[in-house]
Each structure stands twice: as C-alpha cells, then as structure tokens.
Design a protein around this ligand. Structure first.
Ligand SMILES: C[S@@+](CC[C@H](N)C(=O)[O-])C[C@H]1O[C@@H](n2cnc3c(N)ncnc32)[C@H](O)[C@@H]1O
Length: 267
C-alpha cells in the first residue's frame, strides 16, 4: 500500500477509542461471541487487519497461537508496545506480520487456521469480496471466520443521534459515511456478507450486534462513565444476541464455519 494510511490514526484508534466504555464493550462482547464458536486452545488464530491487537491478544492470553497481520507499520508498532503488557508466555504465542490482507494466504505461506478474525477492516476497503475470500481461504476445515463491520441497515442512527436531521433523512439507504475516526467507512449487510462467505466455502453460523446502548448514549452527548462498563457490557452482550436490538447496532459481527470433514487446525 502506498505510505501508511493508518499512521495518523494509530494513536486515536489504539489509545483513545479503546480507552472508552464503547471500546471496552466492543472487546468484551465480540470476544464472548467468538468464544461460542472457536475450538478451545491450543489452536491457531489469524487476525487480519489486527491493528494493535485488542481483539486477538486476549486470545493469546487464553492460550491460542496468534498471527496478527496488518499492512500498517504504525499499527504494528502499537501492537508491539501493547505486547509488553502480556505475560511472557502469551507474548511467545504472538507473531506480528506486515502484509496486506488482500494477499493474506500468500503472506502466511498457505497455512490454515482454526480461527480467522477480521474486525473493523472491511469498511475501509472499496469492496468486501476479495478480502473476505482471503479470510475464508486461510481458515482450516472446520475453522471459524469472524468478521465485524459496519451495518448498512442502521445508517440513519448516527446522524439522528447527533440531531443532524437532514443527514439522517438522506442516510437510510446510504452505504458509506465519514466514521468516528474521521475517515470514510463503507457498510455491508449481514445478508450480503453471508452470501460472499458461502461462495468462499464458509457457512454462516450466527450474527450479532456489537454495541447499541452505549453507542447511542455517547452519540447523543451523554457520557457513560468507565466505572459503569461491566454492567453495560453485560446488557450489551444480551442485546447483541436478540432481535430487534441486534438489528439496530451500527456494527455487526458475523461468524461462519468452513466446511470440511477435517478437524480444525490444532497445533
Ligand atoms: C479500525 S482498525 C481495526 C484493528 C483491529 N482489527 C481491531 O478491531 O482492533 C483497522 C485496521 O485495518 C487495517 N487495514 C487497512 N487496510 C487493510 C488491508 N488491506 N489488509 C489488512 N488490514 C488492513 C489497518 O492498518 C488497521 O490496523
């Protein structure tokens, strides 16, 4: 990729966004949803566009071997810093790899993983199909593919919560917006990504919302204190599994399993 598109965003994303209640809730909720489907450790996980490791380092702590692939030297630098906060044992289970997700299969030398994560990445690409296909290729038979991205069905939520009524009215059918990090982001629907997964040999298993109440509260200007995060996370996890709540979350988490008779990629 020309230059490092994430150099100017690394601090904002890795330090600021994750230090908020929304950041805590996102990590908690997505981790719990993922653990419903991933085989227990030891097993190998590939985190494509893994950034500073917020999503996959907890898996290393839990005993998984983690390969974090990202094209951004700045984000990998953040990941390297954050590695110091892990136990020595967990640190040894993490490998950082500088590469574009669009060439993930080649970058990992054709290795297959019990879990392939791609959270908060697809929206920054012009289209989802090519990267999603790479994720599916990197999953072992029986392995899971876990994707989190923007929900195109809930595009009016943010402008409405921010009381930008004209923008909200115009955004019901929009597919992109300037996101909270200040860069354009594209959204998908669960159905579209499910179809793309199927075409690449991965059967969708379940989908979830990511955050709802804390997101809406913060967008509307209410401050949610960090001290409240655990209570909020428990509520958000429950809402993320149920209709109609999950349908209104501005991000969704889709988990699929690669078809094969073979056991998933344990060490
Ligand atoms: C919003 S961050 C998400 C990081 C991490 N997945 C998380 O959820 O905390 C987006 C990440 O996508 C990465 N990215 C952007 N384009 C990519 C591509 N073509 N292949 C792989 N990663 C990419 C960026 O470098 C950045 O680290």
């Amino acid at each position: 990729m020309p230059g490092d598109a994430w150099a100017g965003l690394a601090d904002k994303f890795a330090d600021e966004a994750y230090a908020s209640v929304k950041g805590y809730v996102r990590t908690y909720v997505v981790h719990h949803q993922l653990m419903e489907h991933l085989v227990p450790p030891p097993a190998s996980v590939l985190d494509v566009g893994g950034g500073a490791g917020h999503q996959s380092f907890p898996l290393a702590q839990a005993g998984y071997d983690v390969t974090l692939l990202d094209p951004s030297p700045a984000m990998l630098g953040k990941a390297r810093q954050r590695l110091q906060g892990l136990s020595a044992e967990a640190r040894r289970r993490v490998r950082l790899l500088e590469a574009d997700g669009l060439h993930a299969e080649e970058a990992v030398g054709g290795r297959r993983y019990a879990g392939v994560l791609c959270h908060g990445v697809l929206g920054y690409l012009a289209q989802s199909g090519p990267l999603l296909d790479q994720l599916c290729r990197c999953a072992d038979g029986g392995g899971v593919v876990s994707v989190m991205t923007g929900n195109a069905r809930a595009m009016a939520v943010r402008p409405a919560m921010e009381r930008r009524w004209a923008d909200a009215l115009a955004s019901f059918d929009a597919r992109s917006e300037i996101g909270v990090l200040g860069v354009p982001g594209r959204a998908d629907t669960v159905d579209e990504l499910s179809d793309l997964m199927r075409r690449s040999g991965v059967e969708p298993l379940e989908w979830y919302g990511v955050w709802l109440f804390v997101d809406w509260l913060e967008l509307s200007g209410a401050k949610v204190a960090l001290a409240e995060w655990e209570g909020a996370a428990a509520v958000e996890l429950e809402a993320s599994r149920r209709d109609p709540y999950r349908q209104l979350s501005r991000a969704f988490h889709l988990v699929g399993r690669k078809s094969s008779g073979r056991a998933p990629g344990r060490r």
